[in-house]
Design a protein around this ligand. Structure first.
Ligand code: CUA
Length: 431
């Protein structure tokens, strides 16, 4: 190049410009091809690129349309930029400025019509998919009410009617291959329900029930998160939709109704598994156990105490229903693995694990003595069916705890925990 000198480059021809433009374009494409798989992984449980329901498939189809159109626009624009830069670059002091053009009717019509056509090409299938997803959304084979709490998910099976007594939290069991309607409720702030492999996002709005319908085509564990900022521990408001074969779903329902298993007899007064150890009485201020364990079932709390209007139909407990809690995959809505060690951490100092949560208002660091924690942990471990928990197989089955152990747990805190006071709805919820 240097041997040609400045003057030599004046002869830089059209074909050479095209050649260089193509070279730069090819390089950009190679970089993108290297980078893209590193940004998105089909292995990520929150991935959107491996849809497992028809709804998620449709959304993926829209992504693809937008992706390829955006890629074509990107490459087109970059090529024009590169061509312009090379073609009209300053080649020497004696270079004249290229002709300056203001206004070009052909170009302006072109760059109005082309984007309009692209937008229409995106708009039509988008509207089709939206209507398709919305069609008969309330007519699922199963209907599940989901209540957004700060910061966990309360779950009630509304239909079939014989399941209406079943309340649980954070792990949402559904039968694989059956359509499930999720009715999304909240009585506090706005949350958003998002299970990328199964559906798009849908907001939970106070005073309004949104509805979405989902059919999991394969068994597996599908990770979900709250996708709307909702306060201090928004990032710790995870959940799972667990799609299981019908027999395992029935096992979940039956197990839920069983209450404590026979191991509880060793802990209970007079060896009665329907009784709970004294320390667990503290928990019943906010939690309930459904199923046959009527002693621990209790009445719902007065609506006013949980900040609801009188007569509200919302379920009125402050904490998750603990029936079958030993089978939950995580503690604290997807933060901790549900094992003995982490259960102890949680009971010792809930505010340190999940800042701002309501349990931290009642249970400060050290509120429960080591003996009480022993009693409660031992009892909670008995809240599983005699025949074992439902089997989770399929998508992400290796992975039950993978995300849960990503959050570091402070073993001890030097200061008493006050984080609950920072909750946006605050102490008023409790008192
Ligand atoms: Cu609930 Cu963010």
């Amino acid at each position: 190049m240097s041997s040609r000198g400045r003057g030599g480059r004046r002869g830089f021809g059209r074909s050479s410009v095209v050649y260089r433009g193509a070279t730069v374009g090819a390089l950009l494409t190679m970089v993108a091809a290297w980078l893209l798989p590193r940004l998105v992984s089909a292995e990520d449980p929150y991935t959107t690129i491996t849809p497992k329901s028809d709804t998620a498939d449709d959304i993926q189809f829209l992504y693809k349309i937008v992706f390829w159109l955006a890629l074509a626009v990107f490459i087109g624009v970059q090529m024009v930029i590169v061509w312009t830069v090379l073609r009209y670059r300053r080649r020497g002091d004696s270079d004249e400025r290229p002709v300056q053009v203001h206004g070009n009717k052909t170009l302006e019509i072109a760059w109005t019509i082309i984007p309009a056509v692209i937008l229409v090409a995106i708009f039509i299938p988008t509207v089709q998919v939206m209507f398709e997803a919305d069609r008969d959304a309330e007519k699922g084979d199963y209907v599940v009410n989901v209540y957004g709490k700060q910061w966990w998910w309360e779950v009630n099976y509304a239909r079939p009617e014989e399941l209406a007594d079943v309340w649980t939290a954070n792990d949402i069991y559904i039968p694989v291959g059956r359509s499930v309607t999720f009715n999304l409720h909240t009585a506090n702030v706005i949350h958003s329900f998002y299970v990328p492999q199964l559906s798009g996002t849908m907001d939970l709005i106070p005073g309004h029930v949104n509805t979405m319908k989902v059919t999991a085509n394969e068994p597996g564990m599908f990770y979900g998160e709250c996708k709307e900022f909702c306060g201090t521990s928004h990032a710790y408001m995870r959940f799972k939709v667990i799609a299981v074969p019908q027999d395992q779903f029935d096992r979940f329902i039956d197990g839920w109704r069983e209450g404590a298993n026979s191991q509880a007899a060793a802990l209970a007064p007079e060896g009665d598994i329907e009784r709970y150890p004294a320390a667990f009485g503290t928990c019943l201020g906010c939690h309930r156990i459904g199923g046959v364990n009527e002693n621990a079932a209790g009445d719902p709390l007065p609506a006013a105490r949980v900040g609801l209007a009188a007569g509200s139909e919302e379920y009125t407990t402050l904490g998750p229903n603990l029936s079958m809690v030993a089978c939950r995959t995580t503690l604290g809505a997807g933060i901790l693995p549900n094992d003995e060690e982490h259960l102890r951490d949680w009971l010792y100092y809930p505010g340190g694990v999940k800042p701002g949560n309501y349990m931290a208002l009642q249970i400060k660091e050290g509120t429960l003595s080591p003996e009480q924690i022993d009693q409660i942990v031992a009892y909670l471990k008995t809240l599983a069916p005699e025949g074992g928990c439902p089997e989770i197989t399929g998508i992400n089955e290796e992975d039950v705890l993978r995300l849960a152990d990503a959050v570091p747990v402070p073993a001890q805190a030097s200061e008493p925990q006050d984080a609950a006071v920072t909750s946006p709805v605050g102490v008023g919820y409790i008192v």
